[in-house]
Design a protein around this ligand. Structure first.
Ligand SMILES: *[C@@H]1O[C@H](CO)[C@@H](O)[C@H](O)[C@H]1NC(C)=O
Ligand SMILES: *[C@@H]1O[C@H](CO)[C@@H](O)[C@H](O)[C@H]1NC(C)=O
Length: 364
């Protein structure tokens, strides 16, 4: 039996809206952020324009994307702010962290957003859509950023200390399923690995990449598990489930999350001068019994699941989970970011939520 799925229970909506709403109304201008810097790694859930000049069909630099963003169209794969933007605001930053593609040296000291739509943990992921910045390449870019920061600060110790205080979020892996394993005509992974093996192989590669981030000086690292990809309108449509989530996809993804969580605990444990934490997006999106599954994206979509350029979106964006067939609306992102930052329970984030991560004191 397919599970129901809804994140927009009115209670959550209110929590999300008041917390972020206060921020927007109160304005954070002049406040000091809780950490000096914030670095973002990941895919289209966090991309803020890195794909705009890449040769790929995975870009969102046309309307209706950006419809509700203060400065309009910008390359984000949602109508407003991404989960990374919203966490940045909760951290107290008064402007959004800039994309790697355009950040100046000064801006880079506050953090960089490396996210790239269609990118994955695996190098080949998303290649049928065109170019993308895989997690390995994002880590290389981070190395380059560190050199730029050192050049500004002119003191390696100061830079090391600076990097230790930053928050790092990593939100990737969706495309290793959506734009790899689940496309057997384009990718060979489903022939090479059973879905259990694939979860293992992916989690192992991811663990190495997270260690690289540690080696590059990261000490406060939040790792996002995957949400219920089998409930994305595109997957329900592709598999003809008639409005029910695709259970075998959700089960496969859960195997990955179940591998990832102990790996994150292990990293937290073995690097005692670092804090790694796991954010459980599936729990935050947990189904509420009796609520209907949101099956329809808010905007008209192309066959690839992205919005039709200039398509007319639904007016009830504040009540819709999906903008296109894969990507959450700003309001859904608000719920996710709010609970990643302040967990309602250990199930949302463990062992730390991002708010707690900011307060952890890391000894050199
Ligand atoms: C995470 O690491 C900290 C510091 O080493 C430790 O106190 C804590 O028990 C660890 N938590 C887990 C779940 O391993
Ligand atoms: C995440 O949350 C879901 C839903 O509550 C739960 O079933 C799952 O075990 C959790 N996953 C991890 C890795 O903690």
């Amino acid at each position: 039996m397919a599970r129901n799925f809804s994140i927009l229970s009115s209670a959550l909506l209110i929590i999300g809206l008041t917390q972020i709403g206060t921020f927007v109304a109160g304005g954070n201008i002049g406040n000091t952020p809780r950490v000096p810097c914030y670095f973002i790694f990941g895919d289209s859930l966090v991309d803020c324009g890195n794909n705009n000049d890449l040769k790929t069909s995975a870009k969102a630099n046309y309307p209706p994307y950006g419809l509700d963003f203060p400065t309009g169209v910008n390359g984000r794969f949602t109508n407003g702010r991404t989960i990374a933007d919203l966490i940045g605001q909760l951290l107290g930053f008064d402007s959004f962290i800039k994309p790697y593609a355009t950040a100046t040296d000064e801006e880079a000291c506050k953090g960089v957003n490396y996210g790239s739509g269609s990118a994955g943990i695996r190098e080949e992921t998303g290649s049928h859509l065109g170019d993308r910045i895989s997690l390995d390449r994002q880590l290389k870019n981070h190395e380059a950023t560190i050199s730029r920061i050192s050049a500004v600060q002119q003191n390696q110790e100061v830079t090391d200390e600076h990097l230790r205080k930053c928050i790092y979020i990593v939100n990737i892996g969706n495309n290793d399923y959506i734009n790899n394993y689940l496309l057997p005509d384009q990718y060979s992974t489903s022939k090479e690995y059973k879905i259990e093996q694939y979860a293992e192989v992916l989690a192992q590669q991811y663990a190495e990449q997270l260690k690289t981030l540690y080696k590059l000086g990261g000490r406060k690292i939040a790792v996002f598990g995957l949400g219920m990809l089998g409930c994305a309108p595109a997957e329900m449509e592709r598999h003809g489930t008639d409005g029910e989530c695709v259970d075998w996809i959700n089960d496969g993804v859960m195997l990955f999350n179940d591998r990832l969580k102990p790996l994150v605990d292990e990293l937290n444990h073995s690097f005692s001068d670092a804090r790694f934490t796991f954010i459980n997006l599936t729990n935050i999106l947990a189904p509420k019994a009796g609520e209907p599954v949101p099956t329809k994206p808010c905007c008209p979509v192309r066959p690839d699941g992205q919005c039709v350029p200039d398509g007319k979106c639904c007016s009830s964006r504040a009540l819709s989970v999906y903008l296109d067939s894969f990507h959450p609306t700003e309001i859904a992102n608000t719920v996710l970011a709010t609970r990643a930052y302040t967990a309602q329970s250990r199930l949302d984030a463990s062992p730390f939520d991002i708010g707690q991560l900011t307060r952890e004191v890391i000894d050199a």
